[in-house]
Design a protein around this ligand. Structure first.
Ligand code: SF4
Ligand code: SF4
Length: 483
């Protein structure tokens, strides 16, 4: 971090030393070179050449530091510039022209997981996501492709041209599936021969969970079991459907069991999150437009027959719930707002509907990890726990630091592997310390990341989705990992 010689070291609210000048009570706003920068009036928008940020949102931060302890990168590095307050300060300094957008500044902003834990912690209601996202878009405009420049050509190809497509994911996983099912993967590891595989390819292979057979193609409409209580559209996701097909199947069955007719729109696409978080706005908007039409949201009368659009992936759910903002000013703005209004996480939807109680015991000590895009971005944390606690025999124990990011964060694992590993190890150690035999979480990225780190620390602990446990409670079919 670029720190001017004149900058004093200050202590934040947690007593940590900071390497940035901290704005706040008794500390005047200043530039990196020590000179005061008069704050533009509230309501001022940053210029057409800078990030498209409402300056008023920056001024919402009163520099109290109450967010720092909840920030995973600050917790790991202890550096003020890796905290929410520090990052807001850096963005403001750059916008004010007091600080150059140099490599140091970029590095601190790149290290942010966009997990939004700071938004949950902030008593002043700072909308951090509305700052970092346009700021990153600006960085991508100034330097196209920089967000993913640490990736090699294969990783970039997979990220943008394979991961967002369900069928391409399934096809691309065929060799990995063959290696796992034939035992070749185990043999390579056992003999150390996997060291011959290129590192970037090996690290992606190691991220894969145990791959299960896919459920195939479900009918477009699945009937409700018993009295029909709702008609829902199911969002399948792309990576999630290929890596965790059983969870999608269980979601459909759980919905049927709860009296829902389940419509699975054929032409649905990726939610757009993979592109959006890599600051590739327009491909993300194309996906959103496709979904507006696949789910029928472009026809208000037809869409009125859908009670909810249900997803089991926190990251996708959050992206779908941001469609109105993402599509503002486009011809699909109205459809995007209609679609967004009906999007529900599966746990949120079931609790609103009044869930049917499971009757079969699932005798396991379990814990729950809060996916950031559920806990912080959607404020959903009670509902998944409520569903798990309904299951007979399941003992739910608290997880220390359950709200701290596990390091998955979309493509963060690929772009910031070191911090992702530190956070993954920390999460796995906390889970092991609960002495639980299973950990549940509501997002595909977290499932992969936690599974991978638990495999190294304690392979006896299984990581699953709450709907997997719920379906076991409805059907009496325990997942093989819990038998
Ligand atoms: S983001 Fe919120 S909690 Fe953090 S320093 Fe600013 S006002 Fe305080
Ligand atoms: S989004 Fe997460 S990583 Fe980024 S500043 Fe906020 S708490 Fe820290």
């Amino acid at each position: 971090m670029h720190t001017p010689a004149t900058t004093p070291e200050l202590a934040d609210s947690e007593g940590q030393k900071t390497s940035l000048p901290v704005l706040g009570a008794g500390v005047p706003a200043g530039t990196a070179t020590g000179g005061p920068v008069p704050a533009p009036p509230r309501g001022h928008h940053t210029g057409s050449h800078g990030p498209k940020i409402d300056y008023e949102l920056i001024l919402d931060c009163v520099h109290c530091g109450l967010c720092t302890a909840s920030c995973p990168t600050y917790v790991e590095t202890g550096n003020e510039a890796d905290s929410p307050r520090g990052r807001i300060y850096l963005m403001r300094q750059v916008i004010d022209g007091a600080l150059k957008l140099d490599d140091d500044v970029k590095q601190h902003l790149d290290l942010c997981l966009n997990c939004r834990a700071c938004e949950t912690a902030c008593p002043s209601g700072v909308q951090y996501g509305r700052l970092i996202e346009p700021f990153r878009e600006h960085m991508a405009e100034v330097e196209p492709g920089r967000q993913t420049q640490s990736l090699n050509a294969l990783q970039r190809f997979l990220l943008f041209h394979v991961f967002p497509y369900r069928w391409a994911n399934r096809l691309s996983l065929a060799p990995a599936r063959l290696m796992q099912w034939s035992g070749a993967d185990w043999l390579l590891k056992k003999t150390g021969a996997d060291r011959l595989i290129p590192k970037s390819f090996r690290s992606m292979k190691d991220m894969l969970p145990d791959l299960k057979p896919h459920y195939g193609r479900l009918p477009e409409v699945l009937p409700a079991e018993g009295k029909k209580r709702a008609r829902v559209a199911l969002f399948l996701g792309c990576v999630a459907d290929a890596l965790y097909p059983r969870t999608n199947l269980n979601t459909a069955r759980v919905l049927q069991k709860n009296g829902c007719e389940v419509w699975i729109p054929r032409n649905q696409a990726c939610c757009g999150a993979l592109h959006y978080h890599a600051a590739e706005e327009w491909p993300a908007r194309d996906f959103a437009a496709k979904n507006c039409s696949a789910f029928g949201a472009d026809d208000a009368a037809r869409f009125a027959g859908v009670d909810a659009v249900v997803t089991n992936a926190a990251g996708c759910g959050f992206q779908l719930k941001d469609y109105a903002h993402m599509m503002a000013g486009t011809p699909q703005a109205g459809a995007a707002a209609r679609l967004q209004a009906k999007v529900r996480d599966i746990s949120e939807f079931l609790v609103e509907l009044g869930p049917v109680k499971p009757t079969h015991p699932v005798p396991v000590r379990a814990t729950y990890h809060d996916a950031c895009h559920l806990r912080h971005a959607q404020q959903i944390y009670k509902q998944p726990r409520q569903l798990l606690e309904m299951i007979p025999g399941l003992e739910l124990v608290p997880l220390p630091e359950s709200e701290l990011c596990c390091g998955a964060a979309g493509s963060y694992n690929l772009t910031q592997p070191e911090m992702a590993t530190r956070l993954g190890d920390r999460k796995a150690a906390n889970i092991r310390d609960t002495k639980a035999r299973a950990v549940f979480t509501g997002n595909v990225g977290c499932l992969m990341q936690i599974t991978r780190h638990l495999k190294q620390l304690d392979p006896g602990i299984w990581c699953g989705h709450p709907v997997d446990a719920l379906w076991a409670g409805y059907s009496g079919e325990l997942p093989a990992e819990l038998r």
